[in-house]
Design a protein around this ligand. Structure first.
Ligand SMILES: NC(=O)c1ccc[n+]([C@@H]2O[C@H](COP(=O)([O-])OP(=O)(O)OC[C@H]3O[C@@H](n4cnc5c(N)ncnc54)[C@H](OP(=O)(O)O)[C@@H]3O)[C@@H](O)[C@H]2O)c1
Length: 315
């Protein structure tokens, strides 16, 4: 296993990216959830794992963007209840009137997921934005040492569960435009990096989950369901804390929340089916040479085999 210093160096390295000249670690005006262009007024947003960490930060940003209702799922009822109080407080502060709904639910358990969607349908609610945020990881070990059952359990949480929720999401009645935000990770393109290499089951399952959403994006046009995967940055959570790392190494969770709101807007439609980082400056991504590359290269920032000719279909 890596030492603390090696992990800290790895984290610092992963925060540097050569894609945009400006690399963000804090929220900034272009992605501010209070911008009228990014308003989520009238929308219902479902966030898996919305009670803590990245999921909570995303839920809070959607409150700030005036979403009508936010549904958060997680296994621990008390964690959800505490998160709901904080989100309701936030809604009061910003005057958004957002309603917060919690469902204790293990997303790997299809019967529990069915019950949630049944309840949502019974209330006549249509979910407009699905944030696939829950993920499972374990201690650093090669897959053959972790064993097939543990590796498969990560695949179940990081691929099967998001697919099952997506199936329910797509099956909803109505023609209104929908959005999927998949919380991915930089680990999927840093597979040989020390610290990433020692958690291959996480990489396998997160890359598979990201490919899953890329392929779902291929099956439905962005005007119907806009789908984007993103790396949220390095966000302080209990897992990082238990390693004894300093919070100073980490990015603002407000950045990933605001970025997720921006992804659920027309402004991000050119990213349909791609993978991006929350730290990339959206003005740079949306214009000039970078934007040209999005428009002209269908393979760029999508999962594939590097180095071979590929089809030129655009979508
Ligand atoms: N934090 C980072 O630095 C970082 C970096 C890159 C990518 N990410 C990605 O960000 C996402 C969130 O990570 P995080 O750091 O915020 O993790 P976290 O703090 O551990 O939060 C995970 C949340 O998911 C819930 N959850 C876990 N398993 C569940 C299940 N089977 N059913 C329902 N809910 C479940 C947990 O609540 P319960 O335990 O109560 O269920 C918890 O609220 C993940 O997709 C991760 O890959 C994070």
């Amino acid at each position: 296993m890596s030492t603390l210093a090696e992990i800290a160096e790895m984290l610092a390295g992963m925060s540097r990216t050569d894609l945009t000249t400006t690399v963000r670690r804090e929220p900034y005006p272009a992605i501010s959830p209070s911008r009228p262009e990014l308003s989520q007024a009238g929308r219902v947003v479902l966030v898996t794992g919305g009670g803590t960490g990245v999921g909570f930060a995303i839920a809070r940003a959607f409150v700030r963007a005036s979403a009508k209702t936010i549904i958060i799922l997680g296994r621990r009822a008390q964690v959800l209840a505490d998160a709901a109080s904080r989100l309701e407080e936030e809604a009061k502060t910003v005057g958004s009137g957002t309603k917060i709904v919690t469902y204790p639910c293990d997303v790997v358990n299809t019967a529990e997921v069915d019950a949630v969607w049944k309840e949502i349908a019974a209330q006549g609610i249509t979910v407009d934005v699905y944030v696939a945020n829950v993920a499972k990881t374990t201690e650093p070990k090669p897959m053959l040492e972790l064993g097939t059952d543990e590796v498969w359990s990560q695949v179940e949480t990081n691929v099967k569960a998001p697919l099952y929720l997506a199936e329910k999401f797509y099956a909803q009645p109505g023609e209104s435009r929908k959005f999927i935000i998949n919380v991915s990770t930089a680990s999927i393109h840093s597979t040989t990096h020390p610290g990433v290499a020692e958690r291959p089951a996480y990489t396998l399952s997160k890359l598979s989950g990201t490919l899953l959403f890329q392929l779902l994006a291929q099956d439905a046009p962005r005007e119907k369901v806009q789908v984007v995967s993103f790396h949220p940055g390095l966000i302080w959570n209990d897992g990082w804390k238990s390693l004894g790392l300093s919070p100073d190494l980490f990015d603002s969770d407000e950045l990933c929340g605001a970025f997720a709101v921006w992804l659920a807007s027309e402004n991000a439609s050119f990213l349909h089916g791609r993978f991006v980082w929350a730290s990339w400056d959206v003005d740079e991504l949306s214009s000039g040479e970078l934007r040209k590359r999005f428009d002209e290269d269908p393979n760029w920032l999508r999962a594939s085999i590097v180095g071979l000719n590929q089809g030129l279909r655009t979508y």
